[in-house]
Design a protein around this ligand. Structure first.
Ligand code: FUL
Length: 504
């Protein structure tokens, strides 16, 4: 019935158990559902707090905020690729000046199909490319500037990197997205706010209409002075409106209301990561919060949310509004975002990538791993080696859920699993059914040692996915105990695995 739920549940699911045994389902309904039958999942990703609501009522309310359909589809992708590629690849810069000669751009062996194959084989589901970085050089032939591939030596100015990548994504069944830097150090109108906003919307429209389906639009917040010494004032609302009109299934990330930057570029997310965040808006009373489908667009105010605690009870108690605003963890496989030959020996190892996977995907976040193609226009073999190594470890680790087929019993806060014989494991995976909201605040895992229950792992939030690593345990009976929850927990999946080379 929920057509946007694209991920089949794995292993033994607690929800299934409750349905089968007739125990009362623990998911409370929320306002949109109660209005009648809906053919598709819509979500309820925004709510306001009325004067006089108590701290406990606000917490209860937070547990009923759910992802929008776009946010849910995005969250289920789990692991995506970032591609930083452009004039910097040829100058050796991380940030260009905007005055680089476009003729320098000449990736003679460029093969976007190789990128997508490498990315697909590593288990990633979407590719997001820097269509334009801060230097203003466009990887597609924009009709609004000459500072693009159209002025490059590559393919005598007839090439289109964005087009080749979008086609390769379609061919291999991956989603496609783009990063577009509003800050443009080349464009002469930058700083002349109205003129530049028009220019930016024109470029955005090209990208949203020429390349088929777009699943994520990534707006960077960096904003410098224009050549006239004036600071550009971005018209975010008009950018969002264009994305919604032309690609209504895309999420708008970072300087946008759908997806939040996790706050670091290290690959390490928060051990306590709430997807429901208070007070993202500039003016709650604004009448512009009117779009039923995208209620935040008119009032959202983009800013970095980097503090370690964004959504605890303490943060919620004075909230005026609450929204589902999930984290994306962007990190590069190399020291920089762009390719530099001098970094060839500094590519992150498979083991480091595994750690990053556990501290991002395993901490209620989507991982956006940057893999910058080199000057040839290919992903370097050192990067491929690390990615393949990582994939091998992940495939082995998550192949067998030792709880599959186990007998389950329990009550609302404790779920016990009895295996046919003792088994060993060193990873736990827990997933909440976020279509019902994020609720769990604290949990622990116990194993029966023949005489007593012994705690072997614990955590705080769960959300879309929580992964825990611990020294190898052997047991025949284990249980998951929920120690704190904002309302009745709705757990979709619980699994135990034995992984080799998973680190920690
Ligand atoms: C930042 C940019 O300044 C970096 O160059 C990079 O693109 C990163 C993903 O976002 O804001």
């Amino acid at each position: 019935m929920l057509t946007n739920d694209i991920q089949p549940a794995r292993g033994v699911t607690i929800l299934t158990f409750f349905l089968l045994t007739g125990v009362l389902m623990m998911i409370s309904s929320h306002s949109l559902y109660s209005q009648g039958v809906r053919p598709v999942y819509i979500g309820n990703n925004y709510t306001t707090i009325r004067a006089g609501e108590t701290a406990d009522e606000i917490v209860e309310k937070a547990s009923t905020v759910t992802p929008s359909a776009n946010q849910l589809n995005w969250q289920r992708l789990e692991f995506n690729a970032f591609i930083h590629f452009g004039i910097n690849t040829f100058t050796g810069n991380e940030w260009g000046e905007g005055n680089e000669d476009p003729a320098l751009f000449n990736p003679v062996q460029l093969d976007a199909r190789q990128w997508v194959r490498v990315i697909r084989d590593a288990g990633m589901k979407m590719v997001i490319i820097t269509a334009k970085h801060h230097d203003g050089f466009c990887l597609w032939p924009s009709q609004f500037t000459r500072h693009s591939v159209a002025s490059a030596k590559w393919k005598n100015g007839k090439g289109d990197v964005v087009g080749e990548l979008a086609a390769a994504c379609r061919e291999y069944g991956l989603k496609f997205g783009f990063y577009l830097s509003p800050w443009d150090k080349h464009e002469p109108t930058y700083g002349d706010s109205e003129k530049y906003n028009e220019f930016f919307r024109n470029q955005l429209r090209e990208l949203l209409t020429r390349y088929g389906e777009v699943s994520e639009v990534w707006f960077d917040g960096a904003c410098g002075e224009g050549p006239n010494g004036k600071k550009q004032v971005y018209d975010w609302k008009s950018y969002y409106a264009l994305v919604r009109e032309l690609q209504p299934g895309a999420v708008i990330a970072v300087m946008g209301p759908d997806v939040r930057w996790v706050g670091t570029e290290s690959g390490v997310g928060r051990a306590t990561e709430w997807s429901v965040i208070p007070d993202l808006v500039q003016n709650l009373d604004s009448a512009e919060a009117s779009s039923l489908q995208f209620p935040l667009d008119g009032i959202f105010k983009g800013h970095d949310l980097t503090s370690p605690d964004l959504g605890s009870r303490e943060k919620l108690k004075d909230a005026r509004m609450l929204a589902w605003y999930p984290a994306e963890t962007d990190v590069s496989i190399r020291p920089g975002w762009f390719y530099h030959k001098t970094d060839d020996k500094k590519v992150k190892t498979a083991e480091t990538l595994i750690n990053i996977y556990f501290t991002s995907v395993g901490m209620n976040s989507v991982l956006l791993l940057n893999i910058p193609p080199d000057k040839r226009g290919l992903i370097h073999s050192n990067d491929i080696r690390s990615l393949n190594g990582m994939k091998k470890i992940l495939d082995q680790a998550f192949k067998t859920n030792i709880l599959a087929g186990a007998a389950v019993s329990g009550s609302s806060g404790s779920f016990e699993y009895a295996l046919e014989k003792p088994a060993s494991f060193n990873i736990a995976m827990i997933r909440e059914d976020i279509k019902a909201g994020q609720r769990i605040e604290k949990f622990h895992l116990e194993a029966w040692d023949g005489k007593a229950w012994r705690t072997f792992a614990e955590g705080t939030t769960v959300g879309s996915k929580r992964l825990l690593r611990f020294p190898v345990m052997t047991a025949q009976k284990v249980r998951l105990v929920i120690d704190g929850s904002r309302s009745d927990p709705a757990i979709m999946d619980f699994g135990l695995y034995k992984g080799q080379g998973i680190g920690k």
